[in-house]
Design a protein around this ligand. Structure first.
Ligand SMILES: NC(=O)c1ccc[n+]([C@@H]2O[C@H](COP(=O)([O-])OP(=O)(O)OC[C@H]3O[C@@H](n4cnc5c(N)ncnc54)[C@H](OP(=O)(O)O)[C@@H]3O)[C@@H](O)[C@H]2O)c1
Length: 328
């Protein structure tokens, strides 16, 4: 199953485009939405809540997160965002450079997993999302040590008892999943991690979890399908060998993206794969991909091996995903 990641809502995309994407995702049957207190510089939850108002709450699965505080000076940022988006549409800059600029201009505070923040954040999330409960409440990009905080977990358990939160979970960005697993707290029902075809060595570890697994960033945050395509089609010979190996034309528009998403879905069949997808074409393609499961496991394993070759030669790593994380 795929879910709609709100990481770009009111960030990379403005109000009109974000609402259009939410409408389109909902109309195509997507019912899992992932957001966080910090997304959209603290405003994404409000937009999502407004969008969901009037829709049947019980049909939607809502995940939000706490621990990363939105930047201050929100009013100033609200004025600056449209100007920045306009400038970027005229002179685009690479995604990683854009991210580091945003972090400099609007720094966020991370690792805030104290009870006071958790309580305030949940109150703000529920108000912004216009709901009585969230389905999953996650520690946003936590460290393994954060799971040892008894006071925090007593508070979170109480939120579950009061019906404000259905389930508690964690999102973890580190590659060294072994440090986090097995989840030391039986109350944790969901683990959310980045995973794309370059990271495939973690698949078995994740599939062995009792907690639900949500993977995000199947396109490596965005730039990776184009890079793989460039590599795969760098010469006629390589294009032919990749295409012959998989039995499909890898240069056909959208094929690498479909393969990447299909890989993420195929190896997390019980869970959810979160994508950011604001363009109509991506949204349509991703929904179709999730519904059709058009590639066999054999093709996806073949793709994985070809991507290892790409990782080794272009990213100069032996499919060691810890080093690939600069993309995110
Ligand atoms: N700590 C955490 O829990 C955490 C961290 C990061 C992300 N997330 C969640 O995961 C979601 C996705 O993460 P992400 O945005 O980093 O990664 P992503 O989904 O891998 O990348 C999104 C980028 O890929 C493009 N894209 C979408 N479909 C495509 C396709 N079929 N082919 C090629 N490109 C495609 C999107 O373009 P358009 O948008 O222009 O269509 C966008 O530029 C976030 O929105 C957020 O909800 C959670």
């Amino acid at each position: 199953m795929i879910g709609f990641g709100c990481g770009s809502v009111l960030g990379r995309f403005g109000r009109r485009d974000s609402l259009r994407a939410l409408h389109s995702a909902y109309d195509r049957g997507i019912r899992y939405f992932d957001v966080a207190r910090s997304y959209g510089f603290g405003e994404a939850e409000t937009l999502l809540g407004g969008f969901l108002r009037g829709r049947r709450r019980s049909e939607v699965c809502l995940t939000t997160k706490f621990g990363i505080l939105p930047p201050r000076h929100r009013l100033l940022l609200r004025m600056l965002k449209p100007i920045a988006r306009k400038a970027l549409s005229i002179a685009p800059v690479p995604r990683d450079r854009l991210k580091s600029t945003v972090v400099r201009v609007a720094p966020v505070s991370t690792g805030n997993f104290d009870v006071v923040t958790a309580r305030r954040s949940l109150e703000q999330s529920l108000a912004a999302l216009q709901t009585d409960y969230v389905d999953f409440y996650l520690l946003h990009s936590c460290q393994p040590e954060d799971l040892n905080d008894d006071e925090l977990f007593a508070f979170l358990d109480e939120c579950v008892e009061r019906g404000l939160v259905r389930h508690i979970g964690v999102s973890y960005e580190g590659f060294d999943l072994e440090r986090l697993l097995p989840l030391s707290r039986s109350g944790l029902k969901l683990i959310q991690v980045p995973l794309d075809v370059r990271d495939h060595r973690r698949v078995d570890l994740l599939n062995a979890q009792e907690a639900a697994v949500v993977t995000h960033s199947p396109f490596g945050g965005g730039p990776v399908p184009a890079r793989i395509l460039e590599f795969a089609t760098a010469s006629e010979e390589r294009k032919r060998s990749w295409s012959d190996r998989l039995g499909i034309d890898v240069s056909a528009p959208g094929t690498i993206g479909k393969l990447m998403l299909s890989h993420a879905i195929e190896f997390n069949l019980r869970g959810v794969v979160l994508c950011s997808m604001h363009s109509e074409s991506h949204l349509g393609q991703n929904v179709e991909c999730a519904e059709s499961r058009q590639f066999s496991e054999e093709v996806l394993l073949g793709f994985r091996e070809l991507v290892d070759e790409y990782s080794h030669q272009v990213e100069k790593v032996d499919a060691a995903p810890a080093l690939l994380r600069a993309d995110r």
